[in-house]
Design a binder for this molecule. Structure first.
Ligand SMILES: [Zn+2]
Length: 120
């Protein structure tokens, strides 16, 4: 399952950049997932919950923020928000010649340690 390997890499990445002392204090891992990544936040959360057991991240929760898909038309240069993946059509002229502006994100944004935030 795709989401399991993503959950594993989230854990690995956080482990790599934080000391153990910090790891055990992490309460929340904020991640951003674009709509165009086809990652199911529910499956990812489930995978993370299973994988964090018996690791220093046991008390950490995933906080998943979905990033809407925004595209820009190559024909009329207009932007369309909330385009529906995978049918990418310009909202103004219905052209399918578009570029994705946001929606491909898949990354750790910040981690929350007790009351402080640490930028990733
Ligand atoms: Zn257009």
């Amino acid at each position: 399952m795709h989401e399991v390997s993503i959950a594993r890499s989230i854990i690995d990445e956080v482990k790599k950049s934080c000391s153990r002392k910090i790891l055990v204090r992490i309460e929340k891992i904020n991640i951003k997932i674009g709509q165009a990544t086809c990652v199911s936040p529910e499956s990812l959360d489930k995978a993370f919950t299973a994988l964090k057991k018996d690791t220093p991240l046991e008390n950490a929760e995933l906080n998943i923020k979905k990033i809407p898909l925004e595209i820009k038309c190559r024909e009329c240069r207009k932007k369309t928000r909330d385009a529906q993946w995978p049918v990418l059509l310009c909202g103004s002229c219905s052209s399918n010649s578009v570029d994705i502006i946001t929606g491909r994100e898949l990354r750790i944004d910040t981690v929350e340690i007790d009351d402080s935030k640490r930028q990733f």
